[in-house]
Design a protein around this ligand. Structure first.
Ligand code: MTE
Length: 421
């Protein structure tokens, strides 16, 4: 293809290269400062002396210049530290994998500190052969690797009555996506030999909350994992070390951490987590129970309130999309609050019930924009507007808010959480 081609792809590539060159020039032509001693044509300080050696860093940490890329919490949101939540810094990340140390944490009774030698997983109830597994037992069994998102049902829960928290870390940061290594739960249940009337399981954690949830047997025998690794290394304590349940596509509350026991039964247990909590209070005062699946959702992570636009010109809009019902098929981006849509570019792998990364490149000349993204999954489901969601759900809910997010990009480059329509 020649350089004079009118091919829009080529044109946008030329614009991109022009933009990138502009960035480099911008830096080179700004007035000299005393601390420019490290900039070309000088030889930087770090080149003039040997750096630190390879000792004394048994476990690597990010560069000190990345010190603001951290989980954050909202102090007024929860009553105590032990029953609290921290949020993933989505605006600082790219690609689809969340680094282990940045995965949001949500626990109800603090982090259980479990000695792996004393770890046991018990399977009992409606089985012919009750079993107790050690961690070593689990590690000896055939294992699989799967990349899944985990989203807390309360993600975006503060936004039901209108825009509230100014940052995608807070509005959408109760989601992470990692690669789990573990044993299919099916394998363990089969070893325990299910009785004919076995149709539900109850999974319980070994933490002080003894958090427990009922799961229908078709899910337990389907794709659930008993996982002990995240992104290759053993689970972090706050993520359930040494073993957690992985329940692909279903609400995060069911992914029981510090997994202690699985009881097999013939009906749900109606525990605290599926009656008093994690039910959806509807407009008519009735509560919807067992809303297991997380519907398709997306958010623009940059620009966003914590990631303002620093200069005019070529600008990359970037975000994440996920669906608990399957694969993300398409993501659209709007610059005008949902009047017009363009198809975003998905880059990187697209896995079943995992996050996907999308991009839309624009030329931004300082005009005010209303940025939105809209996810579609391979079941044909389309992420709804907040207005459409409220028509069905009212505003009494905390959980399962997957409405389309709007960010107002101001002429200054700052971004604000707003609602349209
Ligand atoms: N498991 C136990 N044992 N105790 C808990 O408090 N919290 C649940 C779930 N599993 C919880 C638990 C909730 S509400 C969520 S959203 C996810 O774990 C959060 O997982 P994460 O902390 O790895 O992000």
């Amino acid at each position: 293809m020649s350089e004079t081609s009118d091919d829009p792809k080529q044109a946008s590539r030329r614009k991109f290269l022009a933009g990138a060159a502009g960035l480099a020039f911008g830096a080179a032509t700004r007035p000299a400062r005393a601390d420019d001693k490290n900039l070309p044509p000088n030889v930087a300080g770090w080149t003039k002396q040997l750096g630190d050696g390879v000792v004394a860093r048994p476990y690597g940490t990010p560069s000190k210049f990345e010190k603001d890329v951290i989980r954050r919490d909202v102090p007024w949101l929860t009553a105590s530290r032990e029953s609290s939540v921290s949020f993933t810094p989505l605006h600082e990340l790219d690609g689809i994998i969340t680094p282990n140390g940045l995965c949001f944490e949500r626990h109800h009774g603090g982090i259980a500190e479990i000695d792996p030698n004393d770890y046991r997983l018990m399977i009992h109830g409606l089985v012919d052969k009750p079993l107790i597994f050690t961690l070593e037992d689990l590690k000896r069994l055939p294992r699989v690797n799967r990349i899944y998102f985990l989203e807390c049902a309360a993600n975006s829960g503060m936004e039901w009555r209108g825009a509230q928290l100014n940052g995608c870390q807070y509005t959408h940061g109760m989601v992470h996506c990692v690669q789990y290594t573990g044993v299919p739960l099916k394998l363990l249940l089969e070893q325990a030999a299910l009785k004919a009337n076995a149709s539900w399981i109850m999974a319980e954690g070994g933490d002080a909350a003894a958090l427990n949830r009922s799961l229908p047997m078709h899910k337990a025998l389907g794709d659930c994992l008993v996982a002990y690794r995240s992104n290759g290394e053993m689970l972090r304590p706050e993520q359930g070390y040494p073993v957690r349940l992985v329940v692909p596509g279903w609400q995060g509350n069911m992914w029981v951490k510090w997994l202690r026991r699985i009881k097999v039964g013939d009906r749900p247990w109606y525990s605290r987590e599926e009656t008093g909590k994690y039910t959806d209070l509807m407009e008519n005062g009735k509560a919807r129970q067992f809303t297991f699946e997380m519907d398709a959702k997306s958010v623009i992570t940059s620009p966003s309130p914590q990631a303002p636009v620093k200069r005019k010109g070529f600008t990359v809009i970037s975000g994440l999309a996920w669906s608990g019902r399957g694969k993300i098929k398409r993501v659209d981006v709007s610059l005008d609050g949902g009047r017009n849509w363009r198809t975003a570019r998905i880059d990187g792998p697209v896995f079943d019930r995992a996050c996907v990364r999308f991009y839309a490149e624009i030329e931004w000349n300082g005009e005010e924009l209303l940025l939105q993204s809209r996810a579609m999954d391979d079941t044909g489901y389309v992420q709804p507007t907040k207005g459409d969601l409220r028509k069905i759900r009212g505003v009494n809910s905390v959980y399962h808010n997957n409405g389309i997010q709007t960010w107002a990009l101001k002429a200054s480059g700052e971004v604000e959480n707003v609602e349209v329509g």
